[in-house]
Design a protein around this ligand. Structure first.
Ligand code: UD1
Length: 332
C-alpha cells in the first residue's frame, strides 16, 4: 500500500516514514527540503532496512507537481506533515506562514478529492488549544492561537473538517502533537534544525556539547511546580508509532487525537532528567519569560488509548539519552 508523506525528510516525518516501512507500506515522500536534508532519505531506508521509498523534491503548494504524483502512483492515504513551524518567524513573516501552511493543506486536500484518495492524516499541534485548562482534551473549545503559526494549524484543522463533512466517505485524522523530543536510538535521525534552535531540547543538547554557554530558562514565576514552564514531552518514536496506529484505524469522518504522554514536566525537571540520563552538567540561567509562552500544556491521552490502542511507552530518561546520542553523532 502506498502512502504519500509530505515533508517526509524532516525530523518527525523521517521517523514516521521508518515506522511505515517497518509495517510494509511503500512510502512516497514529497518534500521541498526547505528545512530538511536529502541524506535523510537514505537514512530512512537504512534504518528500516527497506528500499520502498520514492522521493519527490516538490513543494506541496504546487498543484501540478502533486498531480503528477497522484497520476503516477496509487496513493492509499496521505500523511500531511509539511509546514513551517517556527513561532518567532511566523510573527515576523505572517504571510509566509499563512500562505504556505494553509495553501499546502488545501492543495493537497483538493488533489485527494480529485484523485479519489479518501484518507487524510494531518499533523496538527497542541498549540491549537491556546491557554486552556490542563489536561487538554480533544473535545475542548479551542482558544485563539497566540501566533500565526498556531493559527495556521487551527485553520488547517477547520479546512479539513469542512472538507470531510462535504465529502461523505472522506476520512480526516487531526493529530495534535505535544512536545516531540528524542531521536532514533541509533543516533542517525534526530532534530537538526537549520540555524539557531528555538525549542528546549535542541538548545539543551547544544549547551551540553559546549556549542552554547548556558541554557536560558524562560521565566521561573509561572504558577507551576517550580515556577518554570510545564510541557508534555513525547519521544519521537512513540509519536511516529501513533501515526501508524491512526493509519490502521481510519474511518470516515473527522477524528481528533492528542499525541502526548499525559505527563507534565517543567524546564528544570527536564534539565535534571537530562543530567541524570547522560551524566553531564547543563549550566543554565533564569531569564525573563518568552513572549507567547503559556504556563502549562499537557495532554489527556485517554481517547488515543481507547480508540487506537496506542500509548507512549518511552520515558524522560530515554528521550534525554536518545537526544544526546544524536547530538554527539551529528556532524554539521
Ligand atoms: C512547541 C513548539 C510549537 C508546538 C508546541 C506544541 C516552537 C517554538 N514551539 O512549543 O510549535 O506547537 O511545542 O507541540 O517550535 N524553554 C526555555 N529555554 C529555551 C527554550 C524553551 O526555557 O531555550 C522553555 C519554554 O519557555 C517552554 C518549554 O521550554 O516552557 C518548551 O519550549 P519549546 O521547546 O520551545 O516548546 P513550546 O514553546 O512548548
Amino acid at each position: 500500500m502506498q502512502i504519500l508523506v509530505t515533508g517526509g525528510a524532516g525530523y518527525i516525518r523521517a521517523r514516521v516514514c521508518v515506522e511505515l516501512l517497518k509495517k510494509s507500506y511503500t512510502v512516497i515522500i514529497a518534500d521541498n527540503l526547505s528545512n530538511s536534508r536529502i541524506e535523510t532519505v537514505e537514512k530512512i531506508k537504512q534504518l528500516a532496512g527497506k528500499d520502498d521509498v520514492i522521493f519527490y523534491k516538490i513543494d506541496v503548494t504546487d498543484a501540478s507537481a502533486l498531480k503528477s504524483i497522484f497520476l503516477s502512483h496509487k496513493v492509499a492515504a496521505v500523511i500531511h506533515l509539511a509546514g513551517f513551524k517556527a513561532i518567532g518567524e511566523s510573527l515576523e513573516k505572517p504571510l509566509k506562514y499563512y500562505y504556505n501552511n494553509t495553501v499546502s493543506t488545501m492543495t493537497l486536500a483538493e488533489a485527494c478529492i480529485k484523485y479519489d484518495v479518501k484518507k487524510f492524516v494531518f499533523s496538527s499541534s497542541a498549540t491549537v488549544y491556546g491557554e486552556n485548562k490542563v489536561p487538554f482534551v480533544e473535545t475542548m473549545e479551542l482558544r485563539p492561537a497566540a501566533n500565526p503559526y498556531g493559527a495556521t494549524k487551527a485553520m488547517s484543522e477547520r479546512i479539513l473538517s469542512d472538507v470531510a463533512r462535504a465529502n461523505p466517505g472522506f476520512s480526516v485524522s487531526l493529530l495534535r502533537y505535544f512536545n516531540p523530543v528524542g531521536a532514533h536510538e541509533s543516533g542517525l535521525i534526530g532534530e537538526a534544525p537549520k540555524g539557531v534552535p528555538n525549542n528546549l531540547m535542541p538548545c539543551l543538547t547544544r549547551v551540553a556539547r559546549g556549542k552554547m554557554e548556558k541554557l536560558r530558562v524562560f521565566g521561573n514565576d509561572y504558577p507551576t511546580v517550580d515556577g518554570t514552564g510545564v510541557r508534555d514531552y513525547i519521544h519521537v518514536v512513540d509519536l511516529a508509532e501513533g501515526h501508524v496506529a491512526v493509519l490502521e484505524k481510519l474511518a470516515p469522518g473527522v477524528h481528533i487525537y492528542n499525541l502526548g504522554t499525559g505527563k507534565g514536566t517543567s524546564v528544570l525537571e527536564l534539565i535534571r532528567a537530562f543530567e541524570e540520563a547522560n551524566k553531564i552538567k547543563v549550566p543554565y540561567e533564569i531569564v525573563g519569560r518568552r513572549p507567547g509562552d503559556i504556563a502549562e500544556c499537557y495532554a489527556d491521552v485517554n481517547k488515543a488509548r481507547r480508540e487506537l490502542g496506542w500509548k507512549a511507552k518511552r520515558g524522560l530518561l530515554e528521550m534525554c539519552r536518545d537526544a544526546w546520542n544524536f547530538e554527539k553523532n551529528y556532524r554539521e
